[in-house]
Design a protein around this ligand. Structure first.
Ligand SMILES: C[C@H](O)[C@@H](O)[C@@H](O)C(=O)CO
Ligand SMILES: [Mn+2]
Length: 596
């Protein structure tokens, strides 16, 4: 992305120490600094930014024994674009004098579980100070006692440090970036009514808008890189497989018209990307203003109906941009929401920032109970599909990675772009057929990406909704993609548009609440759309939501994986995990609230 001129977000590490000189402090200096270095090294070795570079950590110049050193660290961090902090300590230190007071930076504290001196005492004192001041912080305290010269990070501590850091980086990455709406509201879909207050107060993001006519202008005035356009065309000749035209013969467009549409949608793709992140090549061509782009970390394309009723739809552009590759090779995926559903774009953005993988935009289309499947196909669903499945099927576009043709340990998966091989990219392309769009819905034509997600992939379906009087809420359902028997898949898929991408989803059922059964998951979904991300990332989504103060309305994440700021426990009894979260989020209010 064209954000080179912006400095990277870093995580600031704060070694906190007992400030009593004349014996105590001196004895602790080295151990405390070593803790800071081992945390920095853990993060740098395990986490990456969206472009694949390792996450940077910055350690305070000195150990922090009091307020002077705390503010000196602040100053260093402010200059270096530090977006979150982790304080570490093996000992007692002066709680409220040493903590990070910046209200906008997510913060965690690791208190070393030792017996000679106890980091736990500081941890508890510092967390109490944070909570008393309304600055929520994550507490990390290892399960097992460590000896004072043990510099290792125990597994449980490491897991929490990384869970915190992944979300903290996501929070910091969003701040100051834009959501770009291309067009406005698609067919009355509420998620495409962009809510500026939400973007600004909860995510620290800005909203940018262009009319869809801007795409048309750039196509007509040749405001795109023609060299890249030719490269893309040649690549498509080789790798783009056109599929069956499912329109009735009278509705089918001529070959000539279809070829025109191919040319058009490739240009649209370059233009949507350029609108989002800019393109220095445009400046060379004399289009200096267009070269900037809109600083967009996510975007959406309205399409229906003002554009699609007479021009080619966005299916191809969205599918390619959301994928981890194109004619330029393997690269980080963009986030482009269908139907300009900005709330689904945010859900996709959360998933992308937490995992660095391509996200799959889906319509939550049909609950197929075992009885309905049996009635229609005569087949009794078995195995993971036995309780019924939810048909996830976007109206024509999905990241090609969703095919599951990338492998981890020989199993279908979606990987960060730096782990995807050339061969896996080709397999994803091979698993995709581009079908002429349904003429009833898309009079202007287009090419829908037909991708069937392979079964057996752990996925997390999520969705952000806005509720007046309450604010944003997040829904999370972990589960698996499933392979239905071939003839069952065909019969069910053919009842709707077979040109569109499909995933059969079996959420993990707990027997309780919204996860009573598959029907209840479907019935509890708060909108027509959702986004799925590879892996069971519900715990990370919950941590991220707590940093942003977005309550989670439903989830099936095991209790032991949940990690939120320590203050959350003060808001209610554990059994009532949803209510506790609501009370905490509403007390703190959005992270970038003007109330502060
Ligand atoms: C083609 C159809 O109109 C779809 O676009 C529509 O059903 C949706 O995707 C709604 O989410
Ligand atoms: Mn839709």
């Amino acid at each position: 992305m064209n954000t080179k001129s912006f400095s990277r977000i870093a995580i600031g590490i704060r070694p906190v120490i007992d400030g009593r000189t004349g014996g105590v402090r001196e004895e602790l200096e080295e151990q405390t600094m070593r803790m800071a270095h081992s945390v920095a090294s853990l993060i740098q070795h395990n986490l990456r930014y969206s472009d694949g570079a390792p996450v940077q950590c910055l350690i305070a110049d000195t150990c922090i024994g009091g307020v002077q050193e705390a503010r000196a660290a602040d100053e260093k961090f402010a200059r270096a674009n530090v977006g979150a902090t982790i304080s570490v300590t093996p000992c007692w230190a002066y709680g409220s004098e040493t903590i990070d007071l910046d209200p906008l930076r997510p913060k965690a504290i690791w208190g070393f579980n030792g017996s000679e001196r106890s980091g736990a005492v500081y941890l508890a004192a510092a967390l109490a100070a944070h909570n008393q001041k309304g600055l929520p912080a994550f507490g990390i305290y290892g399960q097992e006692v460590q000896d004072k010269d043990d510099d290792t990070i125990p597994d449980d501590v490491g897991r929490k440090l990384l869970q915190f850091a992944r979300s903290a980086i996501a929070v910091a990455e969003m701040r100051g970036k834009s959501y770009l709406s291309i067009g406005s509201v698609s067919m009355g879909i509420a998620g495409s009514i962009v809510n500026e207050d939400f973007f600004q107060s909860y995510l620290g993001m800005h909203n940018e808008y262009v009319d869809m006519s801007e795409i048309s202008r750039r196509i007509h005035l040749n405001i795109y890189d023609d060299e890249e356009y030719k490269k893309a065309q040649a690549w498509l000749q080789k790798h783009g497989k056109e599929g069956t035209d499912f329109n009735t013969p009278q509705m089918q467009l001529s070959r000539e018209k279809k070829d025109d549409i191919w040319r058009f949608v490739v240009k649209m793709t370059l233009i949507i990307r350029d609108l989002m992140v800019g393109n220095p090549k445009l400046a060379e061509l004399g289009f200096t203003e267009e070269a900037f782009g809109h600083h967009a970390l996510a975007g959406g394309f309205q399409g229906q109906r003002h554009w699609n009723d007479y021009l080619p739809n966005g299916d191809f552009s969205e599918a390619i941009l959301n994928s981890s590759f194109d004619w330029n090779g393997i690269r980080q995926p963009f986030v482009v929401a269908t139907e300009n559903d900005s709330l689904n774009a945010v859900t996709m953005l959360f998933g992308k920032l937490l995992t660095n993988t391509a996200q799959s935009f889906v319509d939550i289309r049909t609950f197929w109970s075992p009885e309905s499947v049996n009635r229609v196909t005569g087949v009794k669903l078995e195995g993971p599909a036995a309780g019924g499945v939810i048909h996830l099927k976007n109206s024509g576009s999905v990241a090609l990675d969703s095919s599951g043709e990338q492998m981890i340990g020989g199993k279908p998966s979606l990987k960060p772009f730096w782990d995807i091989t050339e061969e896996e990219m080709l397999r994803c392309l091979d698993a995709t057929t581009w079908h002429p769009a349904h003429q009833g819905y898309f009079r202007g034509g287009g090419f829908s990406s037909h991708v069937l997600s392979r079964g057996g992939m752990p996925i997390t379906l999520s969705r952000l909704n806005l509720i007046k009087g309450l604010g944003p809420v997040l829904q999370i359902a972990q589960g698996y993609t499933v392979d239905l028997p071939e003839q069952v898949h065909r019969m069910l898929d053919d009842r709707t548009d077979p040109a569109w991408p499909t995933a059969w989803f079996a959420p993990i059922i707990t027997g309780k609440g919204a996860f009573k059964d598959v029907y209840t998951v479907m019935n509890s979904w708060g909108a027509n759309h959702g986004s799925f991300s590879y892996g069971h990332i519900g715990a990370d989504l919950i941590t991220l939501a707590s940093m942003l103060r977005i309550p989670v309305t439903m989830h099936n994440v095991p209790e032991e994986q949940i990690f939120r700021p320590s203050a959350w426990l003060a808001f209610g009894i554990e059994e009532d995990y949803v209510g506790t979260d609501y009370r905490a989020c509403s007390t703190y209010g959005p992270l970038y609230s003007s109330r502060r």
